[in-house]
Design a protein around this ligand. Structure first.
Ligand code: LLP
Length: 414
């Protein structure tokens, strides 16, 4: 594990967390290179006995240095925008290993993806299929297409991050997919290459995934009967991490569970993990500014919902710990930020020993942390540091005040 304690001081790899906060300031995102690489390798090894490609879901953490690490391991990428595609390319990722998901791909994004030659579009509607076909034809190209089916299974996770039910906006109803595959196979400008699903995030059980896969495989069989062969199957992402006391399945559990379903299937297996590769590799460091005792005891810290949105948006629980010993009695504190919103709470009723200036580490912050940060209340976004053994690399500077208004224009006043 990349986190350890020495004399009560939290370490990430061989760096003392308080020294990182001292050097780079707070709030600060800190990631472990070893944790990211070993999570990726665990996935890769779990599926080593079949042709497969891990397409890291860039939305979980799109920092260039992290994409660069994964690209060097040979990773593919799952993107949901032209911006994410540009990031992947900037970091040295291979566009030939990119799958493009998302319900709202614009003309410009489709052109961009066709120009660089991505592996597949995960198509989420008939209208999108027609748009991709028209653009590809105009360019004299064939667009590689995989239909994202909505298998109508309950992922049994938080409703905001559940995507595989009929009432969700994602994917094509699996009962209609066969007809649309037939249409797609006959369309000039389209090359049908695969089938894809993603049923939700922070999954702690494998049954819903296995269920989605077997429903998809019956569709693959029906397609095969009509002469439509697929080159790949994409099972999406979604494996959970341990925020509190969850016992999420490992990639090896996933591989073992799916193996009987996939036996004798010639297709290359694609997967799109995000959180499981980076989530536990990251901490958000924050310092206590003030203690405010009263009806509830508040600890007001220098990080906010603008830096880590998950607690405010999903009522998510993330572990908060002292990064070094503090000489005070533990009390139950609400850990809150300075933003003018009651939702600006990072943790409620946490037992912590605090004094002003105490340094806290919020765990599980590597995924859906910095990427969801905003500048609300004109707060510059935090810096990011990647730790590699005893070395700490600044991979993103703290945003400057000037950057807050870059691109803005004052009116010309007489
Ligand atoms: N593939 C697709 C098509 C997705 O929509 C997602 C996540 C993933 C892969 C990666 O899922 P993961 O392996 O990370 O679970 N902001 C929320 C999570 C939103 C997930 C959206 N889609 C959170 O902080 O919990």
């Amino acid at each position: 594990m990349s986190l350890s304690r020495h004399n009560g001081i939290l370490n990430i790899e061989d760096c003392a967390v308080p020294a990182l906060a001292e050097q780079f300031g707070t709030p600060l995102y800190v990631y472990s290179r070893a944790a990211i690489e070993s999570a990726w390798r665990a996935y890769d090894q779990a599926f080593a006995d079949r042709d497969h490609l891990i397409c890291y879901a860039v939305k979980a953490n799109g920092s260039l240095a992290i994409l660069q690490l994964l690209a060097r391991l040979g990773s593919g990428f799952d993107i949901v925008s032209g911006g994410e595609l540009a990031r992947v390319m900037e970091a040295g990722g291979d566009p030939g290993r990119v799958v493009f998901s998302g319900v709202g791909k614009t003309e410009a994004e489709i052109v961009q993806a066709l120009d660089v030659g991505i592996l597949a579009f995960n198509v989420e509607s008939e209208a999108e299929l027609e748009r991709i076909a028209a653009i590809a034809l105009r360019k004299g190209l064939e667009a590689p297409v995989s239909l994202r089916v909505n298998p109508d299974v309950d992922a049994r996770t938080h409703p905001y991050i559940s995507t595989g039910l009929k009432e969700n906006k994602f994917g094509i109803d699996i009962h209609r997919a066969e007809a649309i595959y037939r249409q797609a196979a006959a369309m000039p400008g389209i090359r049908v290459t695969g089938l894809d699903f993603h049923i939700g995030s922070q999954l702690t059980e494998l049954d819903p995934l296995a269920d989605a896969l077997s429903r998809s495989l019956s569709l693959v069989d029906r397609l095969g009967d009509t002469g439509i062969g697929l080159a790949h199957l994409d099972i999406g992402g979604g494996l959970g991490i341990r925020y509190e006391d969850e016992q999420p399945p490992t990639p090896a559990d996933l591989a073992e569970r799916l193996a009987p379903l996939l036996a004798d299937r010639p297709q290359r297996l694609l997967m799109e993990p995000g959180r499981a590769l980076v989530g536990e590799a990251g901490l958000l460091l924050t310092r206590v500014e003030y203690l405010k005792p009263g009806h509830r005891d508040f600890a007001i810290v220098d990080a906010a919902m603008t830096d880590l949105l998950r607690p405010a948006l999903y009522d998510a629980w993330q572990r908060i710990e002292n990064a070094e010993p503090v000489d005070a009695e533990p009390r139950l504190y609400d850990i809150v930020g300075p933003v003018c919103e009651s939702a600006d709470t990072l943790g409620r009723a946490r037992s912590l020993a605090l004094v002003p200036g105490a340094l806290l580490a919020i765990h599980g912050a590597g995924a859906y942390g910095f990427v969801m940060a905003s500048q609300y209340n004109a707060r510059p976004r935090p810096a990011e540091v990647l730790v590699d053994g005893d070395r700490a690399h600044l991979i993103r500077e703290r945003e400057s005040l000037e950057a807050l208004w870059s691109g803005e224009r004052l009116l010309e006043m007489p």
